[in-house]
Design a protein around this ligand. Structure first.
Ligand code: NAI
Length: 249
């Protein structure tokens, strides 16, 4: 699906981002795996190269505009172009009613989940325009569409990602850059280990998914892969849930 394409994934060292990087590589893209953890980025890149694919690992903190600029520069420097980007890096944390929610967590979650996506977009889009176009997928959440009590920062940041996605599509799709958002339900990754380890909480969260289970990161990756591919050539500015029916309740 992605022969001769160059793809970039932020947060590619773990969970959903790792499965996206592997899916891109499986479909023959060259992949830049970016993560704030150098070891995690390298581990994913090594999985790809060990399977015969092309990959580089980049150490990037998406809360730094300079890091994001270097990330795109190094990707283009290594592979000659940028066709696909998945802005996936994100963090969760804190569970408290809004008025009691800690200020430092608010700032951290907004910096990574929202400002980080903005910084990445403003580097990725010009690189794609220079090359005739491309496709971008931003990882939002079901909490980009509905609220969840006690999660003001995460919910606001993910609603913000959906808004940024729409604006980017309006600004650039006529020039050849499609931009879409994906909204996972709860997915079994290190991010939700604390929920998985607490049986009553896990059962409660599972029950919010009509399909009756949590999702797997591979199930998110398959949707992201399709949206990133030429098969999705008329899909633009959209929010696609991959949530076992979470939003239908
Ligand atoms: P994860 O914790 O397994 O992986 C996140 C990756 O992002 C890690 O490798 C981490 O080092 C990296 N990262 C964190 N801060 C970063 C920064 N400042 N710069 C660069 N990289 C950074 O989490 P998971 O579950 O794979 O999450 C991926 C995305 O999916 C996130 O945006 C998350 O909000 C979203 N998501 C996750 C859901 C879940 O239930 N696991 C549900 C809905 C959305």
């Amino acid at each position: 699906m992605l022969s001769n394409k160059v793809a970039l994934v932020t947060g590619g060292g773990s969970g959903i981002g790792q499965k996206i990087a592997l899916a891109y590589a499986r479909e023959r893209a060259s992949v830049a795996v970016a993560d704030v953890s150098a070891e995690a980025a390298q581990a994913t890149a090594t999985m790809i190269t060990a399977a015969g694919g092309q990959a580089i690992a980049l150490t990037v903190d998406v809360t730094s505009a300079e890091d994001c600029a270097r990330m795109v520069e190094r990707t283009v420097g290594q592979f000659g172009r940028l066709d696909i980007a998945c802005n996936n890096a994100g963090v969760a944390g804190g569970l408290a009613p809004l008025a009691e929610y800690p200020l430092d967590l608010w700032e951290k979650l907004l910096a990574v989940n929202l400002t980080g996506v903005f910084y990445c977009l403003r580097q990725e889009i010009p690189a794609m325009l220079a090359n005739g176009g491309g496709a971008i997928v931003n990882i939002a959440s079901v909490l980009g569409m509905v609220g969840m009590a006690g999660t003001p920062a995460y919910t606001a940041s993910k609603h913000g990602v959906v808004g940024l996605t729409r604006v980017a599509a309006l600004d650039y799709s006529a020039k050849g850059v499609r931009v879409n958002a994906v909204g996972p339900g709860f997915i079994q990754t290190p991010m939700i280990a604390r929920i998985e380890d607490n049986e009553p909480m896990r059962a409660e969260v599972e029950s919010r998914h009509p399909i009756g289970r949590l999702g797997r990161p591979e199930e998110v990756a398959e949707l992201v892969l399709w949206l990133s591919s030429p098969q999705a050539s008329f899909v633009n500015g959209a929010y696609y849930p991959v949530d076992g029916g979470y939003l239908t309740r």
